[in-house]
Structures are given as C-alpha cells and as structure tokens.
Write a protein that binds this ligand. Structure first.
Ligand code: S3P
Length: 449
C-alpha cells in the first residue's frame, strides 16, 4: 500500500543478465538513530546519506513534534536538538507509520522525561508487540496505557523521577536494547542491559560517538552494556553508510539470474549485520568482498555478486540469526534456486516483524511451486535448482517491504512471472528500488489499471 492506502501491484519477469553497479540507500537503523540522537543533542548535528524512506521520515516528523528543529538543505540534514531530557510534550498523536524501530526507539527516548505522548502506526505496526518495550520502561518509572497485548495505539507517561535500570532482555532484539539505553540517558547513575545473544550495536557505537560513557563487555550472563546516565552530548557530523539489508536484494537477484555480474559498492560488514553474506558464501555463492577497508570505525567492502548456478542448501547456524534477521525472506528466495534443503532454525522473531515473515514467505513460495516446511521457530526450503522454480502466482505482501522485494527478486528467475499484490511498502525502506533494479536490467513493472 502507498502511504495513502492504494495497493500498488507489481510484476517481476524472468530477466536477462543483471549487470552494473547498485548504489543502495543509507542504512535504516543508523538513519533512525542519527535523527533521534541528534534531537537529544543541543547544537547542530548534520547527517548525510540519510535513508529518505517513509520510516525515517516518520521519525523526523516525530522528533519535530518533540521539539527538535530538523530540515534538509542540499544533501545534508540539519538537526537542532533539545538536549537529553529536553523533549517538549507533543500536541498531536505520534504516527510512526510502518516502523517498529522508529516507535520503539522513540518510546524509549521519551520515557524518562515528565511528558505524555500517544503513539500509533499503520495496520501492520498496530499488530506488533510493544510490551517488550513498555515492560522495561516501567522499571524506569514510566507508565503505558495501550490496547490488549500491549499494542498500539498506546500512551506513555514519562517518569517524573526516573531511576536507572538493570535489565536482561527476554529476546534477541536491538530495538529493546536500544529503547532501554535511550531511556537510561535521562536517568541518574548506571543503566545496564544484558542480552544473551549479540544484536546490532549501532546504538552503542553512536552513543559513544555523541559523547556518552558506556562499556560493552561479555560476561557469564551474556553481552552487557553499561551506560552512565545524563551525559552532555556533543553534536556530530554523521555520514550514514549504505544499508546491508537493502544490498541483499540486488546481491541475491544477481546470484539467481543467469549471466549476472553486479557490484554493490560501499556496504558495511559490521559483524552484527553481515550474517547473510557469510551464509550465501557457505552455500557456494559467487560473492566477493572487494576493496575491504575501514570507514568510520566499521568494516566496509564492495560486494561483487555473480550468477551462481552451483549453490547448495545448508543448515544456517541458529547463532547467526540476529546478524541476518531481516534477510531471511530473501535468503529463502536464494534457497529455492539452490540444490538441496536449507534449514533455518532459531528464528521465532521472524513471526513478529512487519508481518509474520515465515508465514508470508511460505505462502508465496508454495504458490510458486516451492516446498516449505515450518515450525514456530524454524523453517526450511527445498531447493529446486537453477531454472527449477515455476512462479506464475500473485502473492500477498502483508504491508511488509521485505516480503514485496523478496518476491520481486524471485520472479526475475522463475519460469512464469511473479506478481506482488502490493509493492507500496517498499517505499518505507528502499524508495529507489524500482529504478535501481531497472538500471541493472531487471524486468520489474507496475501492473497498470
Ligand atoms: C532493528 C532491529 C531489528 C530489525 C529491524 C531494525 C534496529 O529488530 O529487525 O529491522 O534498527 O534496531 P528487532 O530489535 O525486533 O530484532
């Protein structure tokens, strides 16, 4: 669905070789955090390379409603923040659209200020669990009033006198970890978050960049982050790196489309994000990391993906799940063109993303002639080999950008075309997807009339 509610059906057809360079947009996780942390900093933070997708633009609007001044001049976003603890009370409901990251991080950031805010989202976001955020925020002294199951719309009354918190997250979620850390900013003393599994660490890296004092260490209990509250933030100049989760689509499209050779330059290989690329290599993908280097403290490379007719199904290590959690839909597409079964355990979090991603992919893949098995926290795809996937179906996308893009990638190599009932959500994270894929030679079109 477009932001205005009309579904946008799109069709992908078997394509000739994909070639050229794919310049994917800025990282979604880092873009949200740039705006939120800039809004919590007195002075001017500048951001280039910001992902201008609907999700991040909703976070921009939200931070403006909390009192930050944000505008774009030329290619640069300028954020004049209000300081830690300086948020104003918004005078309207905060609509975070489709974005779980946006709403969860913002709820954390405001929960230790003595203000009230009401949050809502689209039909997908309003189904997603929020108790995982409001439970730890209650420990700081914030109160939440929402719908059953802790769902949106919900109102948070920020703590008058916040206390620091020591919290062990029940699930592997960077959003939960980040919400607790952002809340801890305006609490006195040390806030501690413990996670059994390591999740993306952009919040920790960026908090340190803005001048917070924090430690990340391994203990018997897991990964422990200790944050000293009430820091004096200093404005930053942020260059947002390109998004590995968006890079996944042209990379996987090249691997399955005969004759392809695609370069995706400047992709961060932060180990908490790059699990897909190592998994593809384990499957026998012809995927090279060229020009490996460090940028802004992060490992970066140019990814070169070539058609890979000899990929095999594998057991994806469960401990890798957090580092590739958003990439399982498109991995399942590649798995359909491999030989043998790909088994993906330890992925119950996929059931509570923008859609139930195991269910959404299983339905669509089955409709395209692929055998999929599933349990609550695992699934497997029976590979049909290159040229072996029938296609020929119209699939539902459940307001989920990654489901839409995954099936459009699938259709580039199926025997019959694949249509997604609604490609509108792609604009939440990858607004230039259609043009970028067309530039490589992909046959993806909107269905007219
Ligand atoms: C994100 C964390 C992940 C991921 C999402 C972005 C983040 O969600 O799926 O797309 O920026 O912190 P969870 O925290 O629910 O795993």
């Amino acid at each position: 669905m477009s932001a205005h509610g009309t579904p946008i059906p799109m069709t992908a057809r078997r394509s000739g070789p994909l070639t050229g360079e794919a310049h994917v947009p800025g990282d979604k996780s880092i873009s949200h955090r740039s705006i939120i942390l800039g809004a919590m900093t007195v002075g001017e933070t500048t951001v280039t390379g910001l992902l201008e997708g609907e999700d991040v633009l909703d976070t921009v609007k939200a931070m403006q409603a909390f009192g930050a001044q944000i505008d774009k001049r030329g290619d640069t976003w300028h954020v004049h923040g209000v300081g830690v603890g300086g948020f104003a009370e918004p005078d309207q409901v905060i609509d975070c659209g489709n974005s779980g990251t946006g709403v969860r991080l913002i709820m954390g950031a405001m929960a230790t200020s003595p203000i009230a805010a009401t949050f809502t989202g689209d039909a997908s976001l309003n189904k997603r669990p929020m108790a995982r955020i409001t439970d730890p925020l209650a420990l700081f002294g914030a109160r939440a009033y929402g719908r059953s199951g802790g769902r949106l719309p919900l109102t948070i009354l920020g703590a008058q006198d916040p206390v620091p918190v020591n919290y062990t997250t029940p699930m592997a979620s960077a959003q939960v970890k980040s919400a607790v850390l952002l809340a801890g900013l305006n609490a006195p003393g040390e806030t501690v978050v413990i996670q059994k599994e390591m999740t993306r660490d952009h919040t920790e890296r960026m908090l340190a960049g803005f001048g917070a004092t924090l430690r990340s260490e391994m203990s018997n209990e897991g990964h422990v982050v200790t944050l000293q509250g009430q820091p004096e933030f200093k404005p930053q100049h942020i260059r947002v790196p390109r998004d590995p989760s968006s890079a996944a689509f042209p990379v996987c499209a090249a691997l399955i489309t005969e004759g392809s050779d695609v370069l995706v330059p400047n992709i961060g290989l932060n180990p908490t994000r790059a699990g897909l690329f190592f998994t593809l290599r384990d499957m026998g993908a012809n995927l090279a990391f060229e020009n490996e280097r460090e940028e802004g403290g992060e490992p970066v490379a140019d990814l070169r993906a070539r058609f890979s007719p000899d990929m095999r199904g594998i057991e994806v290590p469960a401990e890798r799940a957090a580092s590739m959690i958003d990439e399982y839909p498109v991995l399942s597409v590649v798995a359909a063109f491999a030989t043998g079964k790909t088994h993906m355990p330890g992925v119950h979090e996929l059931r509570v993303k923008e859609s139930d991603r195991i269910d959404a992919m299983a339905r669509g893949l089955r409709a395209c002639g692929v055998t999929v098995e599933e349990g609550e926290d695992w699934w497997s795809v029976e590979g049909r080999g290159p040229g072996g996937v029938a296609g020929g179906a119209t699939v539902e996308t459940f307001l989920d950008h990654r489901i839409a893009m995954s099936f459009l990638v699938l259709g580039l190599a199926t025997n019959a075309a694949v249509t997604v009932a609604d490609g509108g959500p792609i604009a939440t994270s990858f607004p230039v997807f259609e043009g970028l894929m067309a530039g490589l030679g992909a046959d993806i079109t909107r269905v007219s009339g």
